[in-house]
Ligand binder design. Structure first.
Ligand SMILES: NC(=O)C1=CN([C@@H]2O[C@H](COP(=O)(O)OP(=O)(O)OC[C@H]3O[C@@H](n4cnc5c(N)ncnc54)[C@H](O)[C@@H]3O)[C@@H](O)[C@H]2O)C=CC1
Ligand SMILES: O=C(CO)COP(=O)(O)O
Length: 333
C-alpha cells in the first residue's frame, strides 16, 4: 500500500513537493484554501494559480477540508508562510494522527518568539523532536515542477525518521540526503532568504560579482556564527542547506527574495516592492526575527542588520553600503 501524505498547503513549494512525493509513489492530498483551486487540481490536474502549465501526477489530489487531508497521513507536510504557521497549526494539529511525522518545508523564523519552525511545530502540535522533520536546500519550486535535477537535505533528530522521509521523496530528479542537524538546516534556509534579499539589492544597484560573492560568503559566515552559538554542526552550512541554497537563491531570477531585493535596489519604494510581490518572500520578515534570534545568542550579524535597517527603517541604500564597508577592519574569522 502506498504511503499517505498530506500537504498543507497548495502554494508554490507545497504543490511542487506534493508532486515529488507522488512521483516517488506516495498518495498525496494537498490542502488548499480556495475551492476553485482545489477543483482545478482534482479535475484538470493543474494548480492554475501557481503552475498553470504543469500537469500534476495522478497521485496528487486536493481538498479544502483539513480533516480529509490529514486522514491516515503518515507524513503531514507543512508549507505555509512562516509567520502564519502558529495560527493555522492550532486548528490543524488535533486532526493529525499521533504517530504521523510532521515535516516543515518552511524557511523562516517566527517574529516575536524568534523560534524556528520545528520549535513552533513541537510546541503547538505537542510533538517530540523525533516526530518532526525538515526539508531544506536549493529547491526553487519553479525548476522542481519541471523535474529538473535537484538535491536537498531531509533532517530529523531521529535518523530513522529522516531515512523514512528520504525514501518517501526520492525520485529520479530529486535526491534527498539525510541529516540529524535540524537547527543547522533550518537556520541555513531562513538566513539565506535575508542574504538573498541583500544580494538582490546590490544586483539592482548595478554592482557586480565581486560584491555578490562577498555578500554570499560573509552572509554564510554570519549564518555559521549563529548556528554555532545554537549548537548546530558547522558542516551543515557548507552543504545543501547552507551554501547550496545561498547559491540558488542569490543567483536565480525565480527567487522571490532575490527579486524583492532587486526591485528595492533598482529604486522601487518598499510599498511598491511589496505590492509587486505576489508570493511569500520570507526574508522581508525574517530579517527582523533572525536579528532578534542573533541578539538572544549574543551574535553579531551585520548583513542581516543592514537588510533590516533598509527594509524596515528606510535606511538609504548608499548609506547602508557605506556603513557595511566602513566597519572596523578585522581578521576573516
Ligand atoms: N517556492 C519555493 O521555491 C520554495 C519555498 N520554500 C519555503 O516554503 C514556504 C512556503 O512558501 P511558498 O509555497 O513558496 O509560498 P507561496 O506564497 O507560494 O504559498 C503559500 C501558501 O500558503 C497559503 N497561505 C497563506 N497564508 C495562509 C494562512 N494564513 N493560513 C493558511 N494558509 C496560508 C497560501 O494560500 C499559499 O497556498 C516558505 O517558508 C518558503 O520559504 C522553500 C523552498 C522552496
Ligand atoms: O528557498 C528557495 C529555494 O531553495 C526559494 O527561494 P525564494 O523563497 O527566495 O523564492
Amino acid at each position: 500500500m502506498s504511503t499517505r501524505c498530506a500537504v498543507f498547503s497548495a502554494g508554490s513549494w507545497g504543490t511542487a513537493f506534493g508532486m515529488i512525493l507522488a512521483d516517488a509513489g506516495c498518495e498525496v492530498t494537498l490542502w488548499g484554501r480556495r475551492q476553485e483551486l482545489v477543483d482545478g487540481i482534482n479535475r484538470d490536474h493543474v494548480n492554475a494559480d501557481y503552475f498553470p502549465d504543469v500537469e500534476l501526477p495522478a497521485g496528487v489530489s486536493a481538498t479544502t477540508d483539513p480533516a480529509k487531508a490529514a486522514e491516515g497521513a503518515e507524513f503531514v507536510v507543512l508549507s505555509v508562510p512562516s509567520q502564519t504557521l502558529r495560527a493555522s497549526l492550532r486548528a490543524w494539529a488535533p486532526l493529525f494522527a499521533k504517530d504521523s511525522v510532521l515535516v516543515s518545508l518552511m524557511k523562516g523564523v517566527e517574529l516575536g518568539t524568534a523560534k524556528l519552525m520545528s520549535e513552533v511545530i513541537g510546541e503547538v502540535a505537542e510533538a517530540a523532536p523525533e516526530r518532526i522533520a525538515v526539508v531544506s536546500g536549493p529547491n526553487l519550486a519553479g525548476e522542481i515542477v519541471r523535474r529538473q535535477p535537484a538535491a536537498a537535505v531531509v533532517a530529523s533528530a531521529d535518523e530513522d525518521v529522516a531515512r523514512r522521509l528520504q525514501a518517501a521523496c526520492h525520485t529520479g530528479y530529486f535526491r534527498p540526503y539525510t541529516n540529524t542537524d535540524v537547527v543547522g538546516c533550518e537556520l541555513g534556509g531562513a538566513v539565506k532568504n535575508v542574504i538573498g534579499l541583500a544580494v538582490g539589492i546590490v544586483d539592482g544597484m548595478g554592482f557586480g560579482d565581486n560584491t555578490k560573492a562577498a555578500l554570499i560568503t560573509r552572509g554564510l559566515a554570519e549564518t555559521t556564527r549563529l548556528g554555532l552559538a545554537m549548537g548546530a554542526d558547522p558542516h551543515t552550512f557548507a552543504g545543501l542547506a547552507g551554501m547550496g541554497d545561498l547559491v540558488a537563491t542569490c543567483s536565480s531570477p525565480l527567487s522571490r527574495n532575490h527579486t524583492f531585493g532587486m526591485n528595492l535596489g533598482r529604486g522601487m519604494s518598499l510599498a511598491e516592492t511589496v505590492a509587486a510581490t505576489k508570493q511569500t518572500a520570507e526574508g522581508v520578515k525574517s530579517c527582523e526575527s533572525v536579528l532578534d534570534l542573533a541578539g538572544r545568542h549574543g551574535v553579531e550579524m551585520p548583513i542581516t542588520r543592514t537588510v533590516f535597517e533598509v527594509v524596515h527603517e528606510g535606511k538609504p541604500l548608499g548609506v547602508a553600503v557605506k556603513e557595511l564597508m566602513g566597519r572596523s577592519a578585522k581578521p576573516e574569522r
